[in-house]
Write a new protein. Structure first.
Lengths: 514, 266
């Protein structure tokens, strides 16, 4: 039975047509997924028919026999409050901060005309997998972790027994292990209540295996649609093909990687401690006894969930974070800590960060940003040569002359990450530390950045430390892998060996979710 | 900066026009602010060459209004500059260094906040005598506290941003990072708070002058003019309404502009 159907939906905001001619159907008990890059209009398609943003929707929109396009205000309200439940991307901002979890649930029930007792609510929270539900009822959203908040949000979204669940990037703000748990929870609930689900995501991998129908959107229009397995196995449109090729998957054949040379970087027993936040005494060990080696021209993946200490380790090696004890050697020469590193030592290892826009000073021009390391680290290069060098490096990362005078705020995420990479390699560094360098980017753009990195590695014989939570993405670039859990290295080895025969529970878990 | 020319920044233009008028009027008017016209004491408006009349001892109202505006604006700008320089230096140092230094510096700020400011200024006046310089110093010393707090918060937030880490990795020295990366990025917020500081200073100066603690006769300020006008308001309401009107106009315009800038930058 078709629960929700859009026919030729067009969304206009302030005279601009942002979504054109989208048609989709959600069957009861099934899941329809919309996939697309940011700005492709997928969220607008979901929210506008319910009047949840400023756009106006034109077209036929049928929800369970009600025509939303000419519904009265009362009908619209009942469609929103009783027939539909919403799960949003940011669980922190989607929960009202001054209401306890119990109050949120009671409110969610009230919109469907239910008056929940305490035991009802405990039951609902336990159903979405929240432990110690009784305690949590009296807590405020900021006391819960990201995963717990998302569970509360889901509990509130289905509290009034809706028929349709709209999930707008429900897992994008969570780390990989939580992602699959939440997706499985949504699957179970769907089967249990016969819910129809409309799922929005930018990540093809997280939709596969959970959705029945797939709709691929690009620039406001539907590019391709059909059953998920069929579309992925046999994509017809060029955009879909590129999107599928760009999404790293563990089943794909192993990539051909460049040869590696001598060991260049070696760490011995690195420990990093932070003081506990607030007034509490004591310290938190973020990294304990980490020993890693990296060869010339080799890419090493450091993989772990959020809070595993992988970024801390990367920063310690790059000399931009603290080291409590232990030592780092570069070609058997000791690298001192942070501010004590000489300029020539700094030039060896350069970092690239997750958020490309935040890693560029918004007040500077692109060419100045790239020139900064040259001025400090290669002060022997005179100004005319410097300008040529900057130009050359920007060309190497695929940015033409027209980008030199642009400000970072006018760049897209992918372009900004290219500038960040240019800055990292301009002073002839030997190693890059990439901290989730592709995680914040759309899959297509991320795949291009990975390709660029592989190419630079071949051309310049660079060593790379690739910090990520996504093993499938790391596999495209890296020779070896180190798995971190709560600050300890729990597994290390060649990429192929570890993937085929994982020894540690953490590794198995991470593999299961990517 | 170019965007300040946009018509939506009208409050700024009103203030600039007022300042320009206050600066230019002495060259045009036949009377100076302390000159007494014995033939026209308490003259109503448009009497001879006295466009807005004269006060109770025969001084030209328009000339005195211009002089008062000049003094008030001067005090405001000087105090705002002190607050800008001290506040940014203090706040940026505390925010950048962090840890115990930050604690100590910010507790000092808290301690100063706790002191009754008016009481201190009155004490200063009593000890060192009345002088316009003391008004500058006294007001400036207090107004930098908010600026320091705002700047510290901004610097601490910026310090976590990856581009600062990238600059460190690029071998940029800490002082250079602060000057080239941090300060340009807090300039917008600092400017906005500066705009909000100026009306506060104008208020404080007028209040001190109203109490008789500010600038000294025959030099005048908007606060003194309001006080004199208030004494005489049943006979010559113009003496209260004119300086009061100018004061309100300056305060409202600067506050509106400041709030707008603050909304844009923070």
């Amino acid at each position: 039975m078709t629960l929700y159907a859009l026919q030729n939906l067009t969304v206009e905001i302030a005279g601009n047509q942002l979504v054109q001619d989208v048609s989709l159907e959600v069957e009861a008990g099934q899941c329809t997924a919309i996939i697309g890059a940011s700005g492709s209009g997928k969220s607008l398609t979901c929210l506008t028919p319910f009047g949840l943003n400023s756009g106006s929707a034109i077209g036929s929109m049928m929800l369970d026999g009600i025509d939303l396009s000419n519904a009265t205000a009362a009908e619209m309200r009942s469609a929103r409050s009783q027939l539909t439940g919403f799960v949003f991307q940011q669980p922190m901002t989607a929960l009202t901060p001054h209401l306890t979890v119990g109050a949120q649930l009671r409110e969610a029930g009230a919109q469907g005309g239910f008056a929940f007792t305490r035991s009802d609510m405990i039951q609902k929270l336990e159903r979405v997998g929240l432990s110690r539900a009784d305690e949590k009822l009296d807590q405020f959203p900021h006391r819960l972790s990201g995963g717990e908040r998302q569970r509360v949000l889901i509990a509130a979204a289905i509290a009034h027994n809706p028929k349709l669940l709209i999930a707008d990037e429900p897992t994008s703000a969570l780390d990989a292990a939580l992602r699959s748990e939440i997706m499985h929870l949504l699957d179970e609930l769907r089967a249990e209540h016969g819910l129809g689900m409309l799922l929005v995501s930018h990540d093809l991998a997280s939709v596969e295996g959970h959705a029945d129908q797939l709709i691929v959107m690009d620039q406001g229009s539907v590019v391709e649609s059909g059953p998920v397995a069929e579309v992925i196995a046999n994509p017809k449109q060029d955009y879909t093909k590129r999107l599928i090729a760009a999404t790293p998957r563990l089943e794909e054949p192993p990539p051909v990687l460049s040869d590696t040379g001598e060991i260049v970087l070696e760490t011995s027993d690195i420990c990093v401690e932070f003081p506990k936040p607030g007034w509490r005494r004591g310290k938190v060990r973020a990294i304990e006894d980490a020993n890693i080696t990296v060869r010339q021209g080799e890419a090493l993946a450091i993989v772990g969930g959020s809070g595993s200490g992988k970024s801390t380790l990367g920063r310690a090696i790059a000399g931009i974070g603290p080291v409590t004890s232990g030592s780092i050697f570069w070609e058997n020469e000791l690298l001192p800590e942070r501010r004590n590193r000489s300029l020539s030592m700094r030039a060896l290892i350069q970092p690239v960060f997750q958020d490309p826009v935040a890693s560029l000073d918004p007040q500077w021009k692109v060419s100045d940003i790239v020139a900064e390391p040259l001025i400090n680290l290669r002060s022997e290069i005179l100004k005319p040569d410097r300008i040529i060098k900057v130009q050359q490096v920007l060309n190497e990362v695929g940015l033409g002359d027209e980008y030199h005078d642009r400000s970072p705020t006018s760049l897209s995420g992918g372009q900004a990450q290219r500038v960040a990479i240019a800055r990292a390699i301009v002073a002839d560094s030997h190693m890059l530390v990439l901290d989730e360098a592709t995680s914040a980017l759309d899959p297509l753009v991320g795949a291009e950045i990975l390709k660029l990195l592989a190419q630079l590695q071949r051309e310049k014989d660079l060593s790379i430390i690739f910090i990520t939570h996504d093993i499938a993405a790391a596999r495209r670039l890296c020779h070896r892998i180190v798995v971190l859990d709560e600050g300890h290295i729990v597994e290390a080895g060649n990429m192929g060996d570890v993937l085929q025969n994982p020894q540690n529970e953490t590794t198995k878990k991470l593999l299961a979710v990517s | 900066m170019k965007s300040l020319l946009h018509p939506s920044h009208w409050p700024l233009w009103v203030v600039i026009a007022l300042i320009a008028a206050a600066l230019l009027l002495p060259f045009i008017l036949p009377w100076t602010y302390d000159q007494i016209d014995w033939d026209a004491v308490r003259a109503p408006a448009f009497t001879g060459s006295h466009l807005l009349g004269t006060d109770e001892i025969g001084r030209d109202r328009l000339a005195r209004l211009a002089a008062g505006t000049r003094v008030t604006i001067m005090v405001a700008i000087a105090a705002a500059l002190v607050s800008l320089i001290v506040g940014i230096t203090w706040g940026a140092t505390a925010g950048w260094v962090g840890g115990k230094v930050d604690e100590a510096m910010m507790r000092f700020v808290d301690a100063l906040y706790a002191l009754p400011f008016m009481f201190i200024v009155i004490l200063l006046m009593v000890i060192f005598g009345r002088s316009i310089l003391l008004v500058f110093v006294g007001i400036g010393l207090v107004e930098w506290l908010t600026m320091a707090r705002v700047v510290r918060g901004q610097v601490m937030a910026l310090k976590q941003r990856p581009f600062i880490l990238a600059a460190e990795a690029a071998g940029t020295k800490p002082l250079t990072i602060v000057i080239k990366h941090i300060l340009p990025n807090i300039a917008g917020v600092a400017l906005a708070y500066l705009m909000l500081t100026v009306p506060q200073v104008v208020m404080v100066e007028s209040f001190l002058s109203f109490l008789g603690l500010g600038v000294q006769e025959p030099l005048t300020s908007l606060g003194i003019l309001v006080k004199e006008g208030a004494d005489d308001m049943d006979v010559a309401p113009l003496g209260l309404l004119l300086p009061g009107g100018v004061l309100v106009l300056i305060l409202v315009c600067l506050t509106v502009e400041g709030e707008r800038l603050r909304d844009t930058y923070s």
